[in-house]
Design a protein around this ligand. Structure first.
Ligand code: CTP
Length: 413
C-alpha cells in the first residue's frame, strides 16, 4: 500500500543525519517514508555513514540533495554556509542511526563535520536515535553522553533490545521506521491545537469469555480507533488509548491500557474520565456476553446431533454510564460516539446521539464493502448535538480521524 500524506508532516523541512552504523539502511526507508508523507528531507551523511549507504541513495529517495561535507556549496539555502542554512530552515532534525562516537561528539559540542556543526547550530527540535552494540550502549561513557544530550533538550529515543548483526543480543538496535516516524510526529505535534488536553480513545472489539479457550467478539479491527489516537497525538493531545484490539502497534506517545471485555473497558473509561477533556468511543463494545463463563473447556461430547444453546446477558452500556457520571462531574467535557449501521444510518445515529448524550456521533455505513470493518477506508457522516450534519466522501481511516480530531479541536477551544 502506498503511504498517504500525513498533514502534520506535509511541507515540513526535516534534516536527517545518518552516521556509520549497519542500521543506516533503515535511515533510507525513513527518508522514503518521510518523503511520501509530504516532508522535505535534507540528508547529511558522515564519512562513516558513506561506507554503508551512499548520498545517491538518499537523493533518489527524497528528490533533494544529500550533503557530506562542510565545504560544499548549498545553493538555495537561506545562508551561504550549508550548516547554518540546513539547521535554520528546518522544522526538525533527526540523527538516525546515531553511533556512540557521534553521540559523544554532540554531547561535548564538537563541530568537526557537517552533521555535528548542523546539530550544534540548529534551533529546531533534535531527535537522536542511538544504534550500536549492547555493551557500547550500556557503557557508562555512552550513558553519560546521552544524559548530557537529554539535559541539553535533545529527544533521545531508547533503542530496542534484540539481536545484533554480530549475533550478540542486547539493547542497542535502532527501532523500526514506524516508531521513528512516531517520535517525529510526537515532537512536531507539540503545541498543536489539543496541547495540554487529555483525550481518551477506545478501540477494537471487546472479547467476552465463554470458556478458557473461546470468546465472543466482533469484526472490529481497532484501526479507526488507533488512527484517532494518532491524529489526537499529532494535534498535541495527551492520549489514553483503551484498547481491546490485538494486532495493532500503538502510536508512539499514547498511554495504552489493554482491556478484554466490555466490563474491563467500562472500568478503564470511568477511571480516566474525570481527568479527560474528551472521550472518543470508537470501540465496538459487545452488547451481550455469555451469561456464565465456563470454568473448564466446554466439550462437544459423543452425540453428533447435539446442539449447544448459549444464554447471553447484557453488558454495560459504557456511554450511558459516562453520561450519568458527566451529569455530576462535567467531565469529559466532550464525548464523541460512533454508530456503525447497516440500515437507516442517519436516523439510527441521531437517535443514539440523543440517547447517549453525545456531542458528536460519527455515523458509519457498514453495508458497503469498502467501508467499516477490517478495511482501511470509511465513509462517514458527522452529526452534532445542535442538529448539524456533514457527510464525507470515502476516505482513509487516517483522514477520517483527522476530520474528527479537527472537529474536536474546535469544540474544546
Ligand atoms: N457503546 C458503548 N457501550 C456498549 C455498546 C456501545 O459505549 N455496550 C458505544 C460504542 O462505542 C459507540 C456507540 O456506543 O460509540 C454506539 O455503538 P453501537 O454498537 O452502534 O450502538 P448500540 O448502543 O450497541 O446500539 P444498537 O445495538 O441498537 O446498535
Amino acid at each position: 500500500m502506498t503511504q498517504e500524506r500525513i498533514s502534520l508532516l506535509n511541507g515540513k523541512h526535516i534534516v536527517l543525519g545518518v552516521t556509520g552504523s549497519i542500521a543506516a539502511y533503515k535511515a533510507a526507508d525513513l527518508a522514503s517514508k518521510l518523503t511520501q508523507a509530504g516532508a522535505l528531507v535534507d540528508t547529511i551523511l558522515t564519512g562513516a555513514a558513506q561506507r554503508f549507504v551512499t548520498p545517491l541513495t538518499f537523493q533518489a529517495l527524497t528528490g533533494r540533495p544529500a550533503y557530506t561535507s562542510m565545504w560544499e556549496s548549498a545553493e538555495g539555502l537561506p545562508a551561504h554556509i550549508p550548516h547554518i542554512g540546513l539547521g535554520e530552515g528546518a522544522d526538525l532534525m533527526i540523527i538516525a542511526p546515531a553511533t556512540a562516537h557521534t553521540i559523544a561528539r554532540l554531547a561535548h559540542g564538537l563541530a568537526d563535520d557537517l552533521l555535528a556543526v548542523t546539530a550544534l547550530a540548529a534551533r529546531c527540535p533534535l531527535i537522536v536515535a542511538p544504534a550500536m552494540d549492547g555493551a557500547m550502549y550500556a557503557h557508562p561513557a555512552t550513558q553519560a553522553n546521552l544524559a548530557a544530550l537529554v539535559a541539553h533538550g535533545v529527544h533521545v529515543i531508547v533503542p530496542d533490545e534484540g539481536r545484533f548483526a554480530s549475533g550478540l543480543e542486547g539493547r542497542g538496535r535502532l527501532p523500526e521506521v514506524p516508531v521513528l516516524l512516531g517520535h517525529i510526529r510526537r515532537l512536531l505535534g507539540r503545541g498543536g491545537p489539543l496541547a495540554g488536553r487529555q483525550v481518551i480513545v477506545t478501540a477494537g472489539g471487546t472479547r467476552e469469555r465463554l470458556d478458557p479457550v473461546r470468546h465472543l467478539t466482533n469484526r472490529s479491527s481497532g484501526k479507526q480507533g488507533y488512527a484517532l489516537a494518532q491524529a489526537a497525538l499529532d494535534a498535541g493531545a495527551d492520549v489514553v488509548l483503551i484498547s481491546a484490539a490485538q494486532h495493532l502497534t500503538p502510536p508512539v506517545g499514547a498511554q495504552v491500557i489493554a482491556v478484554e471485555s466490555a466490563e474491563e473497558m467500562r472500568a478503564a473509561v470511568l477511571d480516566a474520565a474525570d481527568a479527560a477533556d474528551a472521550l472518543i468511543m470508537a470501540a465496538a463494545v459487545a452488547d451481550f456476553k455469555p451469561a456464565q463463563a465456563a470454568a473448564q473447556k466446554i466439550k462437544k461430547g459423543d452425540d453428533p446431533d447435539a446442539a449447544l444453546t448459549l444464554t447471553l446477558a447484557r453488558t454495560p452500556d459504557i456511554l450511558l454510564d459516562v453520561k450519568a457520571r458527566r451529569a455530576q462531574t462535567g467531565r469529559p467535557r466532550v464525548v464523541i460516539g460512533f454508530a456503525a449501521e447497516s440500515e437507516n444510518l442517519l436516523a439510527n445515529a441521531r437517535e443514539k446521539l440523543a440517547r447517549k448524550g453525545l456531542d458528536l456521533i460519527v455515523a458509519n455505513d457498514i453495508s458497503a464493502p469498502d467501508a467499516g470493518f477490517e478495511v482501511d477506508t470509511n465513509r462517514v457522516t458527522l452529526l452534532d448535538a445542535q442538529g448539524g450534519q456533514q457527510p464525507y466522501e470515502l476516505a482513509s481511516k487516517a483522514a477520517v480521524a483527522e476530520i474528527v480530531i479537527g472537529w474536536l479541536a474546535r469544540a474544546v477551544s
